[in-house]
Structure formats: structure tokens, C-alpha cells
Ligand binder design. Sequence first.
Ligand SMILES: O=C[C@H](O)COP(=O)(O)O
Length: 255
Amino acid sequence: MTGPYLIAGNWKMNGLNSSLAVLEETARSCEHLNEEVDVVVFPPATLLAVSSILLKDTRVQLGGQDCSSEVSGAFTGEISASMLKDAGAKFVILGHSERRQRHAESDDLVRRKAIQAVQEGLKAVICIGEIAQEKADGKTLAAVSDQILYSVPRTSAVDQIVIAYEPKWAIGTGVTPTLDEIAVVHKHIRVELLAHWGESGRGIRILYGGSVKPSNATEILAISEVGGLLVGGASLDAKQFSAICEHGRSVRAAA
Ligand SMILES: O=C[C@H](O)COP(=O)(O)O
């Protein structure tokens, strides 16, 4: 797809105040990027507000790693979409496989969270992807079709929806699908988005995530329906993450 790549760094449950130097270094390294790449980092919620001050007037945007499906009220421990926005977030990750598995989040809950996020003006990065058994059973495409059908709200605000394809078995393992496999799944996701949204489904960005490193970013980004990357481990290292962003700039500039 055309338009800037979105390179997203998910810090997961990592990051203390002492880690803010990584954000500052990332922002410095991304200064030269222009319209080829959008960069967003998802630090833990505890660092959002201070990160927002640090990243003011830089190329790096911020996101939360999850939000509540509720607006406000007696939901101890939850963080609402409006709180994320108030702290400086422009994005939120929803339905990450770690939350789907460890917190038993259903497709329907992810969809309701996404509705809240979109209503608050956040961009919802909705994660989908098969588990190892589904891949072994040849059910990858069926699994992602179901997740698109049930996890992604049918909003007309397509610019606020981002899909991240992350095969569970590729997350943090150092193992990635082949480039052909990534291409087949991304193409299938695009077909599903067009089926549900019509032509406007073409505007929904599809990211790939799962063991992305500087060494494989270029070849993955070159796949036609890949609109960016959701990076976990490598985003904790400013040099690696900015190298991935730089690969995005080079691939887009060469297109
Ligand atoms: O949200 C990021 C993904 O889960 C990928 O994590 P990873 O790059 O450490 O495999």
C-alpha cells in the first residue's frame, strides 16, 4: 500500500523512568525521517505522561498498550481511552495475543475496546494472528478472518483502524513466517477488509509483527500489503529500533 509506513514499538511490561533515555535517543535518531515513516512507541502506561512531554515536537508519537471497554467508573486497575488520550497517546494496541491468551480477552471485548478508542479519537492497532496449533492445522486464514469479523468494529473512521498481523508463534521467538507466508496472509487480510468495508478498506494499514529485527525489516516491508511493523523486543534498543525505521525510509524512498 502507499503512504508512510507505520513503525510501532511495543515496550510491553518494560520501562522505568531510567528508560526514558531510550525514548530520547529514538527521537533523536528519527529526526531526519520525513513523510516516508510514521513512528509510534508504546511505553508502559506509567511513562506515558512524562514521555509525552519528552517527545513534544519530535517525530515520535505515543500509544497505550491497552484500554478499557468502559468509559469510566468502578473498574479498578483499568485505564480508559480518554485517560490515554489525556496522557498524550494518539494510538492504542488492542487484542495483543498476550492479552488474548493470558487475560482471556475475547474478540467481542477487543471490539468493544476498539469502539471506545475510536470514539476518543485514538488510532486502534488491533492485533490478530493464529496460534501454532492453528497454523499446524492449516487454519491460519480462517483464524484471521474470524478475528477481523468479530474483533474489528465496523466504523467508518477507517483512518483510526490499524490491523497488526502477529502470528503468536513468531512473537519473541526469533522465528518468522516465510516472506511468502506473510504475503499470503496480508493479501487475505486486505481481501477481508475490502469485503467488510468496500473500497475504503483499502485505506486500513496492515502491520506485520513477530521477531522483527533490523536484519529482516527491509524484506518484510517490501511485501506489497505490509504497511508497517509492530516491533517488540527490538524497540527496547534505540539503535535497533531506529535502524528498523531507517529501513522503512529506504524502502519507501526506493518505491
Ligand atoms: O507487539 C509486538 C509483538 O508482540 C512482537 O514482539 P517481538 O518483536 O518481541 O517478537
